[in-house]
Design a protein around this ligand. Structure first.
Ligand code: BTN
Length: 324
């Protein structure tokens, strides 16, 4: 599509003037066609200035999601190679579930600019303001029968932490099991959902949903959440960061599928587990106790020592940890 090609050409010269004539020549269209494409791009929310008689400039701060730009930054073999980019959707996880995943390829990704009904663990609402984050879901069809939702969440947490550190240059800590924190506040949540099939109810399809705050954080979350932008003082990183999350996720996922053990992945996870050696309150089905976090085991369960000195392995889905 012409407008995507114009955006890509302007992206390559972000902050600099590109003349209408040069764009027209390089894309083999008229200057009027370029002007119309720029008008559409502006309607999509891109910040493009036209300088009378000299050309167009894409603002350095421009942060519109673009499938083309994400594609340019992808180094994956299959994750994100088929992708849908939506202006707004109820929830990217729900979109995949309702779309009938059988016909979609392994590694299919849906990314939205905003969600009206974003969901977190335990059915909680995940606020997803338009243009305020990266909301994406990855469809996986693992052959590994023992694939496990908790370890897929750990793959995603490691991938997001590495991607944020690489693109934004800030340390991204992990709070077991599915939250990423920067500067003491939540920056990202992960929701992995399994589709089980067959007599043994094996995991045949999984959906890994990742929500990263990149823009202004809704006022009601100001105290507990932050954004990549606020933490790193960065703008215009959404496409690069989205692609890097997918790149890193594929690397973690492939080594998870191939590995006999997941020592590297779990080792990285533990190195970013900022609740390690701290006192926490564990609320598990029916139980509620104080404990010290020791680390995670090979299944991704959290290892804690309670006040009686008993070492316990806490599994996902049944606990709620509060820092005390
Ligand atoms: C949590 O904080 O408990 C997890 C939040 C997960 C949010 C992401 S955004 C993309 C995907 N779509 C959803 O509805 N949820 C996940």
């Amino acid at each position: 599509m012409l407008k995507e090609q114009v955006l890509s050409a302007l992206e390559q010269q972000k902050g600099n003037i590109v003349t209408g004539g040069r764009l027209a020549d390089s894309l083999g269209v008229s200057r009027t066609a370029i002007w119309k494409a720029v008008r559409q791009l502006r309607q999509d929310g891109n910040e493009i200035c036209s300088l009378q008689g000299s050309g167009y400039v894409l603002a350095r701060t421009n942060d519109t999601l673009s499938a083309l730009e994400i594609g340019d930054c992808l180094t994956t073999g299959f994750i994100g190679r088929s992708m849908a980019l939506l202006p707004t959707v109820h929830s990217t996880n729900r979109y995949l579930k309702e779309a009938g995943t059988e016909s979609m390829p392994d590694g299919y990704v849906v990314i939205a600019d905003g969600q009206t009904d974003g969901r977190g663990r335990k059915g909680r609402v995940f606020l997803s303001p338009k243009s305020g984050g990266i909301y994406l879901s990855i469809l996986l069809k693992p052959e590994k029968a023992q694939s496990d939702v908790r370890l897929l969440t750990i793959c995603a947490a490691v991938a997001v932490s590495k991607a944020i550190e690489n693109v934004c240059g800030v340390t991204a800590g992990i709070k077991w099991v599915n939250d990423i924190y920067c500067g003491g506040k939540k920056i990202c949540g992960i929701l992995t959902e399994a589709v089980l099939s067959g007599e043994l109810q094996e995991l045949s399809t999984a959906i890994v949903g990742i929500g990263i705050n990149t823009g202004g954080v809704p006022q009601e979350l100001g105290g507990i959440a932050t954004s990549v932008l606020e933490s790193a003082g960065l703008q215009g990183v959404r496409n690069r960061l989205a692609a890097e999350v997918l790149n890193r996720f594929e690397a973690e996922y492939l080594s998870y599928l191939e590995a006999k053990d997941n020592r590297d992945m779990l080792g990285y996870y533990e190195s970013r587990l900022f609740i390690r050696n701290t006192h926490v309150r564990v609320s598990a089905a029916g139980a509620d106790y104080s404990a010290t976090v020791l680390g995670i085991d090979e299944t991704g369960a959290l290892i804690v020592r309670d006040s009686e000195g008993v070492v316990r392995h806490v599994t996902a889905g049944e606990i709620d940890i509060q820092l005390i």
